[in-house]
Design a protein around this ligand. Structure first.
Ligand SMILES: C[S@@+](CC[C@H](N)C(=O)[O-])C[C@H]1O[C@@H](n2cnc3c(N)ncnc32)[C@H](O)[C@@H]1O
Length: 357
């Protein structure tokens, strides 16, 4: 609901594309890692722009995602990418951050790693869609099962899995691009949009997410991270119900300082860019009609606004349920929408770049 009612994923993709302009691909392919595809909107929008910028360069796209539903939604959006950009190799995997660049699980035996390849026949989106639907569903329902970590509550995969998809008629030319199990990859562009739980300390975000991704950068590669700031009317909605809430306590400079101190001995040629506020911060909006806020705000808009605010602030379910039972939250939401003539959220972006030598 959040993805379809707010412009975050469009705005996020537009920022990714700006950053992509600093990347100079070298043979055999432009290699992109999306470290958490979600529903794939940011990735497919970025891939469209990639085609525009590099129409003849092969792409290797690796999308990390543990959620079965998100993998389905993402792959569905890839069908037209294979049509417009035939030299695309796409791989979805449930490997963890610390495993994904190595293309190999660390805590399970390589024999447990379920590795599938789908070579798409034909040349139309209808052909591709039919094969993906038929071949993918059984692979995903067997390969993307999860269990819940007793320690953290996070989802864990039951078995590591990967599915690699490319066009059969381009198999020969893509031979050097198609990833092979256990052969580590480096990436020219790493996208990390909303990649961690907001409330985790900076050290944990750095150790578990940013550090393994920074290590996966190829020479000349660039990692782009997007996170929420809470400096927006969305947070006013949250605080109207929970005045003490403060989920966003690791601003970009803090995270980059931690990452830098952890990485400097290991990788001297990384550069860290927090950017100025004018380059880093960007807003995204709840879609509303101009006439709506001044007159009668519909219940569906109020529900969408409330949903977006608690989703972005990652309010835990039990706490949310209590507020829902108590009621009154839509009245507060309405006041804030009226006061600001709509609803927006502020994200921030920062990058890490690896030198060419
Ligand atoms: C790795 S994240 C984000 C996925 C993808 N990179 C994107 O930006 O859409 C995956 C999970 O975080 C949550 N999420 C996505 N966008 C969010 C946001 N703006 N604020 C809080 N949580 C978000 C969703 O539950 C999603 O399944």
């Amino acid at each position: 609901m959040f993805v379809t009612t707010c412009s975050e994923k469009w705005q996020g993709a537009a920022r990714m594309v700006k950053e992509l302009k600093h990347v100079k691909p070298s043979p055999p392919a432009l290699r992109v890692l999306d470290a958490g595809m979600g529903d794939g909107t940011v990735l497919t929008r970025t891939m469209r722009a990639m085609h525009n910028m590099f129409p003849t360069i092969p792409f290797l796209i690796v999308g990390k995602e543990i959620s079965l539903e998100d993998v389905r939604l993402s792959i569905e959006k890839m069908v037209d990418r294979f049509h417009e950009h035939p030299h695309t190799v796409f791989m979805a995997t449930n490997l963890y951050y610390y495993e994904v660049a190595g293309l190999s699980p660390r805590n399970s035996s390589p024999a447990d790693f379920k590795w599938h390849e789908i070579a798409l026949e034909g040349s139309t989106t209808h052909d591709f869609d039919a094969q993906i639907s038929n071949q993918l569903q059984p692979i995903l329902s067997a390969g993307w099962r999860t269990r819940t970590s007793e320690k953290t509550g996070n989802p864990l995969y039951v078995k590591p899995a990967a599915v690699v998809i490319y066009r059969k008629d381009h198999r020969f030319a893509l031979d050097a691009v198609i990833p092979r199990q256990g052969e580590a990859q480096e990436f020219d562009f790493v996208m990390a949009s909303q990649p961690y739980q907001a409330r985790l300390p900076a050290e944990v975000k750095s150790r578990n997410v940013l550090r393994p991704l920074a290590r996966a950068l190829a020479p000349g590669g660039r990692m782009v991270v997007v996170q929420s700031t809470g400096k927006d009317p969305g947070m006013d909605i949250v605080r109207s119900v929970w005045p003490e809430e403060n989920p966003f306590q690791t601003p970009r400079r803090m995270l980059l300082d931690v990452l830098k101190s952890e990485m400097k001995a290991e990788r001297r040629n990384l550069r860290y860019f927090p950017y100025t506020d004018s380059r880093s911060l960007f807003r995204f909006y709840l879609h509303t009609l101009a006439s709506e806020i001044s007159s009668n705000i519909g219940t569906s808009t109020l529900l969408a606004a409330w949903n977006a605010a608690v989703y972005v602030a990652q309010i835990e379910d039990a706490k949310l349920m209590k507020a829902l039972r108590k009621g009154g939250y839509l009245g507060e939401t309405e006041k804030i929408l009226r006061a600001h003539d709509g609803l927006w959220f502020t994200n921030e972006l920062f990058t890490v770049a690896r030198g060419r030598t």
